[in-house]
Each structure stands twice: as structure tokens, then as C-alpha cells.
Design a protein around this ligand. Structure first.
Ligand SMILES: [Zn+2]
Length: 281
């Protein structure tokens, strides 16, 4: 699941590899992937890639006066290949074929087609509703006062930190790491935090920067198909907490899970597994 650190290293590597590359053609084998129709994707032919950047969890590929804004959702990946993908590849969503034979691919794993892209005049990216409604970037973190204000809501920290309109870039994996680093319960509400806890949570955003550094050190020029995420608590239920040795617990939801250290985050309480409670009702 690509979040801020994964998208950041992806655009850094692709930017270095693709700057100036000329487009031969662009197609969208993903039936519903393109959310805009004007300019058409075919308009990319003959243009050159001028750069890649990141907004929240979204990569942006710029081609001079137009830009492709991409939302990877949970299973999309943007990768560069030395050769062209087979027309039978069912994971292909958008293919940008380059004159030099390489191909920039947006592919999506699994059965669901959720990833999307918009081709926009470059000046319209900032005013696109998905971009204009984003909260401040989670890394580098916003100033403490701004963070204290955005977190001051009667909502659980887990969904609050993942809500892109409040703060951009955090998803289901890194939220667990940030809350663990801050020693805060995922079920504590924003309004329940004291000044010291807000400071701790704000300080814990450094795990995103640490992850980017980790990727910079471990990933070479070529991005692997799947990035090995340096997670310490997410999806590690049953394993010892790397800090205190207590068994990491999990709460499962329909499409995601949250992991935490009961000793350090919930005052020793093991939270009810909502999936299990629902079955028992
Ligand atoms: Zn612990």
C-alpha cells in the first residue's frame, strides 16, 4: 500500500530515470482509469517527461504543459520497464510508451479497479478537487500549532491521521507506526490529547522521514516491484514489541487492521476485536 514514503521514493527514482524521455504513445487499457477526457491521453505523443513529483500519496508525472495526476489507491504501482508489457497483461491501467523503448506503467494488483488518473493542464493540478482539498503534507511535518489545530477533533486518531483532507500522506500502514512511536492508542480521540501528547504525536511524524531515508539507502536506481516496507508494528500481531517486548495486538476491520502495543499504547488493555465481536452478536 503506497503511502507518502513509498510514493516519495518512487517519484525520486522515476524522476531521475525519466527526465527528458520522449513519449511515443500513451494508452489506458484500464477501462475506467481515466477520470478526464480533455486533453485526451493521446495528446502525450511527441511530448517529453519534464519531471515527477508527489502530492500527498499521489504521484504527478509532468509533460511540459500537461500533467498526469495519479491516485494509486491501495494496489496501484507506478514502475518503469525496459520493455513493453504484453497486451494481455490484465494489471495494466495506463501505459506511457517512450521512444527509447522503455515504458512507464501504472499497474494495479488484485481484482478491483480503483486506481485512477487525470490528465490536466499543468496549471490546473493545484486546483483539482483532489489536490485543493488536501490537508498539509505529513512530511516534512506542519508547524506544531497547525498540527495541534487539525488534530483537535472528536474522532479516533487512527482514521483522523489517515484522513487526507486533514493531513496528507498517511495511510493504513504508517498510521500504526506513528501511533506506536507516539505511544498513543489508535482509539484515543483528537480532542482527548493533552499538550504533551500532541507534541509526541507531532514528533512521531519523523517515522515518515526515516522511512524515506531507509529507502534512499536500500533501494538502488531501479525500483523493485514491491517495496520492502520497514514496518515495526503494522501487521506484526503476535510478535514482541521492538521497544518493550509485549506481544503486539491487532484489531481487524472489514478492509484493514490496526496494530498496537497494549503495554505502551492502551494502558495494558487489549482492545476488542471488532470483527470477532460482530460475529458473536
Ligand atoms: Zn511496547
Amino acid at each position: 500500500m503506497p503511502e507518502l514514503p513509498e510514493v516519495e521514493i518512487t517519484v525520486r527514482r522515476l524522476d531521475a530515470a525519466l527526465e527528458g524521455a520522449e513519449v511515443e504513445s500513451a494508452v489506458a487499457p484500464g477501462m475506467n482509469v481515466m477520470k478526464t477526457f480533455e486533453p485526451p491521453l493521446e495528446a502525450l505523443a511527441g511530448k517529453s517527461i519534464s519531471g515527477l513529483r508527489r502530492i500527498g500519496k499521489m504521484p504527478v508525472v509532468e509533460f511540459g504543459d500537461v500533467a498526469l495526476l495519479i491516485h494509486l489507491m491501495s494496489a496501484g504501482r507506478l514502475r518503469l520497464s525496459d520493455k513493453r508489457v504484453s497486451p494481455k497483461d490484465r494489471a495494466s491501467r495506463v501505459l506511457v510508451r517512450l521512444v527509447d523503448g522503455r515504458e512507464l506503467r501504472l499497474r494495479e494488483y488484485g481484482t478491483k479497479q480503483r486506481a485512477w488518473a487525470k490528465l490536466l493542464p499543468v496549471g490546473e493540478v493545484a486546483v483539482d478537487e483532489m489536490v485543493a482539498t488536501l490537508g498539509p503534507e505529513a512530511w516534512p511535518p506542519p508547524p506544531l500549532e497547525d498540527f495541534a489545530e487539525l488534530i483537535d477533533q472528536p474522532r479516533h486518531l487512527h482514521p483522523l491521521l489517515r484522513h487526507q483532507r486533514d493531513i496528507a500522506g498517511i495511510g493504513r500502514s504508517w498510521v500504526d507506526e506513528i501511533l506506536w512511536e507516539a505511544r498513543l492508542s489508535p482509539f484515543k480521540q483528537g480532542t482527548e490529547l493533552g499538550a504533551g501528547e500532541i507534541e509526541r504525536l507531532h514528533g512521531a511524524l519523523h517515522v515518515l522521514g526515516d522511512a524515506i531515508e531507509h529507502y534512499e539507502e536500500t533501494i538502488g536506481e531501479k525500483l523493485p516491484e514491491k517495496l520492502p516496507m520497514p514496518l515495526r508494528v503494522h501487521k506484526r500481531e503476535g510478535e514482541p514489541c521492538p521497544r518493550c517486548g509485549t506481544t503486539i495486538e491487532a484489531v481487524f476491520f472489514a478492509e484493514h487492521q490496526t496494530n498496537y502495543c497494549p503495554a505502551e499504547q492502551t494502558g495494558g488493555r487489549v482492545l476488542k476485536d471488532r470483527r470477532l465481536s460482530r460475529l458473536l452478536k
